[in-house]
Design a protein around this ligand. Structure first.
Ligand code: TMP
Length: 240
């Protein structure tokens, strides 16, 4: 299989067509962005780190029966994924108050929520990804009722699996964002990436940030923190 035309360039990833119609090559770049791209920096080694972490996360989820676009990692910065139409939603699951939730509702970061909350944001950079509800999703023709139900179930299943897994790594899964793809046949799959770029991960004991908040909030160097997440995942795998 060979890499062909560039199909899409995002903030931290490039997607290429391959010689197989339904297979895309995703290349993770050494880019960090925040504030809808207003803050942007080159961070050497970040692409390889995120490609490695997200591949291990998707493998974990696949083993637990979550359908996803992930096929396999093929190099330090590249992975093969199934071609899907991305549903223009950022699906956020929250276990603890943090980030925009804390700001909007005046609830202290780290406050546990009575049950996990699923939120939808409309993926539109020009509109700054506004927070929307199920009715907006229907009226904007983003997804139908059955799909909304499936998306929420998938998001909560991912949350259950990852919360339990990260707990064994001494990490609290505070919140995370996923994206969902629709195949040609109309099936929904987990898509995009799951990494410290898209999750809030706190050390269980010290509550230190092990995620992109380090960059968003100018708290220090991102690479050692991402390395620490990878180290804990690999340690756990080596124990088996
Ligand atoms: P928020 O608190 O800023 O709404 O973010 C909730 C979670 O979603 C957090 O883990 C970071 C993640 N996220 C992304 O991955 N991409 C985004 O564009 C945003 C706004 C959040």
């Amino acid at each position: 299989m060979e890499k062909k035309d560039l199909l899409y360039e995002g903030k931290a990833k490039k997607l290429y067509q391959t010689t197989e119609e339904n297979v895309i090559l995703a290349e993770y770049m050494d880019q960090a962005t925040a504030l809808n791209g207003q803050k942007k920096d080159t961070v050497l080694g970040k692409g390889a780190m995120n490609n490695q972490i997200t591949s291990l996360v998707f493998e974990k989820l696949k083993a637990a029966g979550v359908p996803s676009h992930f096929i396999r990692k093929i190099s330090k910065t590249e992975q093969l994924i199934e071609k899907v139409e991305i549903i223009p939603l950022e699906v956020v699951v929250r276990n603890y108050a943090a980030g925009s939730f804390s700001k909007r509702l005046g609830i202290e970061e780290g406050t546990p929520l009575a049950f996990p909350i699923v939120e939808f944001y409309y993926k539109d950079d020009q509109l700054n990804d506004p927070f929307i509800n199920d009715s907006h999703v229907l009226v904007l023709n983003i997804a139908n009722n059955e799909e909304i139900h499936q998306i929420k179930s998938l998001a909560l299943k991912v949350n259950e699996i990852l919360s339990a897994w990260f707990k064994t790594l001494d990490i609290q899964l505070i919140d995370f964002k996923i994206e969902i793809g629709r195949t040609k046949e109309g099936n929904l799959l987990l898509a995009d990436e799951i990494s410290p770029d898209t999750c809030r991960l706190w050390d269980n004991t010290t509550h230190e940030h092990l995620d992109k908040d380090i960059y968003r909030r100018d708290l220090g160097d991102l690479i050692p923190v991402y390395q620490e997440v990878l180290r804990r995942i690999q340690n756990e795998q080596n124990k088996k």
